[in-house]
Design a protein around this ligand. Sequence first.
Ligand code: GMT
Length: 379
Amino acid sequence: SLNRPLKIGITCYPSLGGSGVVATELGKLLAEKGHEIHFITHSMPFRLGKFHRNIYYHEVEVSDYYVFRYPPYDLSLASKMNQVARLQKLDLLHVHYAVPHAICAILAKQMAGDDLKVVTTLHGTDITVLAQDETLKDIIRLGIRQSDAVTAVSRDLIRETRELLDIHEEQIDLTYNFVDKRIYYPRECTDLRNDYAEPHEKILMHISNFRPVKRTQDVVDVFAKVNAQMPTKLVLVGEGPDLPKIQTKIQAMGLSHRVHFLGKQDDVAQVISIADLLLLPSEKESFGLVALEAMACGVPTIGSMAGGIPELVQHGQSGFLSPIGNTDDMAANAIRLLSDEKLYADFREACLHRARHDFCNEAITAQYEDIYYRVLGMP
Ligand code: GMT
């Protein structure tokens, strides 16, 4: 673009799964392109890492005066956004999640003045979970209506947002998630693989925050069914509320010796490269960033047809999708793919090609830039 570089404030949940990753990676890519990025969050975004040129971090501190029964994080965030916007002369705030971040940004805009623009990205949980709550619907709708632009990470999320909130006039831009292809590619991993499986064994992997929507019990069921037909190992990555239940289930099924728990891992590209298949049988998934991370490392997904997953994983080309909860079908698909070398090689190629071409960081960063310039009236 011929336009001048921008000063952009970014707010996300700094340690929350896909949305935190996408917000942080987008900030890094924009900074590389010469924009000035100001993260405004309650703690350091977990993928930010080392020092980066053009990136600044402003920490939101919550005041805990004794008159507050509930320390008001949202007001502290809005005040901080306003303060940073004025001091650093920000052009816009790009917030991830309508509630509370869009609402905070709108308050900041009321303080800082109309020149400060607000771009809101919907990631799913704010709509698919929070918008089910009647008491929150109006405030989510306000966040969307008062934003200068709204983006969503899949067509399915746009559809669901319109349906649940009865929003039909407002434009919602589709901006898919992306991975940085300099980081996500099939890594050399023979040594690491040998730590977890024998050469003749296949590795199934699941990576998530083990929330109930991930249906991790289905992960174990699919694994058990596949393992009954061919020697397999299951590698579980991440932590969350359902993990203890899963551990008990694995023990009860006598499968402990075939399962590895890796806990939280930062270098997902390295870990995922040892897998033969990724399992993603979610109940809800507006995009499924981990399936894209796997795809970019050449690993096909066996998953459910929930939400935006079918927009990412093409059934029969880069993975296989089944109705939610149909673990028989998922296991049959996994066995089919793992026992046909030619088919597997084709899927792997399709994954690599699709991740690089259709969800490439350059194209999607440029889409966000176009949206920024549009709201700023800079053609
Ligand atoms: O799904 C989660 O547990 C976390 C949540 C988040 O905020 O990161 O994920 C949502 O945003 C991701 C990034 O856009 C998407 O890849 C996930 O599909 C989406 N989760 C749901 O829709 C349940």
